[in-house]
Design a protein around this ligand. Sequence first.
Ligand code: AMP
Length: 192
Amino acid sequence: MFNIVVFGAPGSGKGTQSSRLIDRYGIHHISTGEVLREHIKKGTELGLTADKYISKGQLIPDDLMISILSDVLDTNPAAAKGVIFDGFPRTIPQAVALNEMLEKRGSSLDAVIGLEVEDEELIERMLNRGKETGRADDTPETISNRLKVYHSQTQPLRDFYLNEGKYHAIPGSGSVDHIFSLIADILDSIKK
Ligand code: AMP
């Protein structure tokens, strides 16, 4: 199967499209945001640390985030057959580390699906999600910080992966079904 990164700003639909991808391709899914929220829910030490960053809309430091992901890969045998990475990488050092982690495991990254959505729509979606799900970081102030962090630290990955020839831009506005069909067309063409 394949390793893919579902890339995009907060609120761009990474989680929604990842669920569809799991249904269609049956690949293991790792959402670093979900992993951190589980730790917060359980009140682990890592959860307490993560909460300090997440509640401010900041990124968890790279060293910590990379070691968390490496542990998740090691403890999930299904990951050896391919992974949908959702929310990782978010910085250039994380992207470099991901390449190294996959190489160490005899694998590599096949494609990056970039969900591209305008900020105005992202804000509206996150505010709605906050109302519907009560997600703690979907508040106006935190949303604004998360978007700033996205533009300064995460968006540069677009060029990083364009240079690697792995970036596939997908217009992330419109119906979930239509966006998914665009993604599936790309993945079907590279499926191993
Ligand atoms: P998400 O569910 O992907 O939107 O992630 C929620 C929050 O978790 C982010 O705003 C960050 O604070 C933190 N987080 C998730 N993934 C990462 C990552 N790869 N690097 C740093 N922080 C992360």
